[in-house]
Design a protein around this ligand. Structure first.
Ligand code: AKG
Ligand code: FE2
Length: 282
């Protein structure tokens, strides 16, 4: 049984937190009353979480929702996922970014590129007003996509991603493949659907918001083509088989997940992107 604080006790603890008291001070009154430490921690966390959520509602922010976030700070460096060892190369809390090494094998990367090459079309961007796809100067790549479960290779990769990120396969969108030629780029953008755009309603109706993105590098460009997070002054190098994961618990710039595909300076860049939704996406 988890114990909860009554309203008065909650208010007292929140007042202490607002006054800048450290976590030990918030827990002390409960421990003195005989609560065990796990119960007291859970109750204080719930009270503070409720207060923060209240504050963000009052500030007009969309509520936070659960996101895939399975990788602990300073946890294991190598994760055994099915038949693969995937390495954790970097782990950042704000924006929430994890860089993975060896998420795809060289053969898997090559197979995705070979399957995609004959199917490429100029990439599009969501029209903010209609929600329809439209060609735009901000996105000068070409691409294609593989609906969920398309073939054995896609199913294997989808299952691996679901296990790695602990997020249901069904909540994933189609795997999207992009090819950037020399000079091509994807200017800074957010991957969530901006609730203020009329066109977002149509997208959100299918599986809810996007809550995370996984960009997998299918080749190593000769120069350029990094994925950048300008607000974090972070640049993730495009290296074949590696991937960058980032999540956003609300469709708001406060997640600091503004990101871009920097221009390819030399050679070409191929990526596979997997976007994850709140719910089943059909
Ligand atoms: O090309 C990249 O590195 C980023 C791609 C991206 O942002 C996207 O596909 O949404
Ligand atoms: Fe993106």
């Amino acid at each position: 049984m988890t114990r909860e604080l009554d309203r008065q006790a909650s208010e007292r603890i929140i007042a202490m937190a607002r006054a800048g008291q450290p976590p030990e001070a918030l827990l002390a009154p409960l421990l003195e009353c005989g609560w065990d430490s796990a119960e007291a921690t859970a109750a204080v966390e719930a009270a503070v979480r409720g207060w923060v959520e209240h504050g963000s509602r009052d500030a007009g922010l969309p509520p936070a929702v659960p996101v895939p976030s399975p990788i602990d700070l300073n946890g294991a460096s190598v994760l055994r996922v099915g038949d693969r060892d995937i390495t954790v190369l970097a782990n950042l809390m704000l924006p929430r970014v994890v860089v993975f090494g060896g998420l795809l094998s060289g053969e898997e990367c090559d197979a995705l590129v070979a399957l995609s090459r004959p199917r490429l079309q100029r990439s599009t961007i969501l029209d903010p007003d209609t929600g329809a796809d439209a060609v735009h100067v901000d996105r000068t790549s070409a691409g294609t996509h593989f609906p969920r479960g398309s073939d054995a290779l896609c199913r294997r990769i989808e299952a691996r991603i679901a296990a790695l990120l602990d997020w249901p396969v069904e909540n994933g969108e189609a795997i999207q493949i992009l090819r950037y030629g020399p000079g091509a780029q994807y200017r800074p953008h957010h991957d969530y659907f901006d609730p203020a755009w009329p066109g977002s309603t149509r997208q959100i109706a299918r599986g809810g918001q996007r809550v995370a993105s996984l960009v997998m590098y299918l080749n190593t460009p000769a120069r350029g083509g990094a994925t950048t997070f300008p607000e974090a002054h972070l640049e993730v190098a495009a290296v074949k088989g590696n991937a960058v994961f980032f999540s956003y618990d609300r469709p708001h710039p406060m997640t600091r997940t503004l990101h871009a595909g920097a221009p390819v300076a030399e050679g070409e860049k191929w990526i596979a992107t997997k976007w994850l939704r709140e719910r089943r996406h059909d």
